[in-house]
Design a protein around this ligand. Structure first.
Ligand code: LLP
Length: 421
């Protein structure tokens, strides 16, 4: 579900023509829809309206402060993985008691900052990290609210680079040792072990791995309560997948997901936390790029566009598919042909689509790469000294540039010369 559609022959984001935005901000650019962000947040949050639940949007998916503020205004909390993301959440006005901090490698400085801010909880991923957090908290004279992230050794049946819940993945503490680790944690003066956390992976399109994981969460929660622990919350992580291809099977609806969560949490009397990222942001964003040239190689047709792997790395990093449609609807009816959509970066891996049947584009035509709102801009880089591309947020008939394209002076001005040069 999203709010990008043709009107009068031109692709619009809500009520704004993408052609008009392209003329004003130049290409390539990311464009996000407030209506889609809002709808996705609400569908997810409403699935848990019967429970004491806190949705902590996972900032890593799309960390633009305007996006965060849009979600924060709807009541969303945030899941952060660095001091930078925590600062973004705070800059967007999100209350610290709605923020959780995940990640295998938090530094002591980051812990100190998060404790000072007064976040809701840390998701802790190892005994060594817990010991460091205990030190930092004791020094600060406070007690850190903690959930151990438990690794259940479950295959989430997703791309190997985004699976996080298998025994060989770097994440969390082994399920079998968790009970003992909580006993030890309870003896640390700077630690309040009051929650459990699990996140088994991303772009999960079946309910089964979630069901298996949540059954284990329930079992562990029961054991910890038996051991006398005051369990305040269970954090079910994120991971709900989205459709990337028009003919992909539809991933589970948040209501179906909620049904298995609520069954797992039944009668436990704890607050339920969630960390959805992709499910909120992916279909709320597109990448608009202009065709520079077309060429026919010895073996292949190429459509060379002004966006590249540094702007959207998902196709080459995860063999990810993103649907591509023209901004001008008339192109949809051209005969079309198989083509690689490639960018200007000097790598063979620089592509947005391979051997894709697309309409016949010419130089100057605009194309929209769909489902690019999550892990698009957030994973972009300046490789080849290409400026980070602008981000635009549409809201009805209004739009605003929420991150302008930097100038070359700004980019080059960040380098400094040592005194011998
Ligand atoms: N919570 C934790 C602890 C996570 O590590 C992640 C994602 C999430 C929540 C949010 O997961 P989501 O609901 O978005 O699936 N760059 C990759 C995805 C990496 C996901 C990393 N962790 C991609 O573009 O597919």
């Amino acid at each position: 579900m999203h709010h990008f559609a043709y009107r009068g022959g031109v692709l619009h984001a809500e009520d704004v023509s993408l052609d008009a935005i392209a003329s004003e901000v130049g290409t390539p650019f990311y464009c996000y829809s407030t209506a889609t962000l809002t709808r996705h947040y609400k569908v997810f949050a409403e699935a848990f309206s019967s429970a004491d639940a806190l949705v902590c949007y996972s900032i890593k998916a799309n960390s633009n402060i305007a996006v965060l503020k849009t979600l924060g205004n709807l009541g969303s909390g945030m899941d952060v993985v660095s001091e930078g993301e925590l600062r973004r959440a705070r800059a967007a006005g999100v209350a610290p008691e709605k923020i959780v901090f995940s990640g295998v490698g938090k530094t002591r400085d980051e812990m100190t900052y998060a404790l000072k801010e007064g976040i809701y909880a840390f998701n802790v991923e190892s005994e060594a990290e817990l010991a460091a957090l205990n030190d930092v908290a004791c020094q600060a004279g406070v007690s850190a609210r903690v959930a151990y992230r438990v690794n259940p050794d479950i295959d989430p049946k997703t791309h190997k680079k985004i699976s996080t819940g298998k025994a060989e993945d770097k994440f969390g503490v082994p399920y079998d040792r968790a009970r003992g680790l909580y006993r030890e944690a309870a003896n640390l003066p700077g630690i309040n072990p009051c929650g459990i956390h699990m996140h088994i992976g991303s772009q999960i399109t079946k309910l089964e791995p979630f069901g298996d994981a949540f059954a284990l969460l329930r079992e562990l929660a029961g054991q910890l309560m038996q051991d006398g622990l005051t369990l305040e919350f269970i954090n079910f992580g994120g991971g709900l997948g989205v459709p990337y291809k028009a003919d992909d099977p539809v991933p589970p609806h948040p209501d179906e997901y909620a049904a298995i969560v609520l069954a797992a949490a039944k009668d436990l009397n704890v607050k339920l936390l969630f960390e959805p990222g992709r499910m909120i942001a992916a279909n709320a964003g597109i990448l608009v790029t202009r065709v520079l040239y077309t060429k026919t190689g010895a073996a292949q047709s190429f459509t060379i566009v002004d966006a590249a792997m540094n702007d959207l790395i998902r196709p080459t990093l995860y063999e990810a598919w993103h649907d591509i449609i023209p901004v001008e609807e008339r192109l949809v009816d051209t005969p079309g042909h198989l083509t690689d959509v490639v960018g200007p970066v000097c790598e063979t891996g620089d592509y947005l689509a391979l051997a894709r049947k697309l309409p016949d584009y010419s130089s100057g035509d605009l194309m929209a790469i769909l489902t690019a709102g999550a892990y698009g801009a957030a994973q972009s880089s300046t490789y080849n000294t290409r400026p980070l591309i602008p981000e635009v947020l549409v809201n009805g008939a209004d739009y605003g540039v929420i991150r302008p394209r930097p100038s070359y002076d700004e980019m080059l001005g960040r380098d400094t010369l040592p005194d011998w040069l």
